[in-house]
Design a binder for this molecule. Structure first.
Ligand code: 9UX
Length: 72
């Protein structure tokens, strides 16, 4: 089952920033789609929670140099 999560991402200031997040998260096993928008500080990810966790996704974004928080 695919789960979709909405993230609030701080630190993005250009389209290269959001692109690097999309590339890093999109490369994770279990991630189906990843998108990030530097203009709105938002990101969405579709993933299989049996393969990858939201925590791993957030960690990957942190390794790319940005802070992500899950919206409630
Ligand atoms: Mo350029 Mo976006 O260094 O941070 S990739 S502004």
């Amino acid at each position: 089952t695919t789960r979709r999560a909405h993230l609030e991402i701080t630190g993005m200031s250009c389209a290269t920033c959001s692109g690097s997040i999309e590339d890093a998260v999109g490369a994770l096993e279990g991630v189906e789609t990843a998108s990030a928008n530097f203009a709105t500080d938002e990101g969405t990810v579709a993933y299989d929670p049996e393969v990858v966790t939201l925590e791993q996704i957030v960690d990957t974004i942190a390794e790319a140099g940005f802070e992500a928080n899950t919206e409630t």
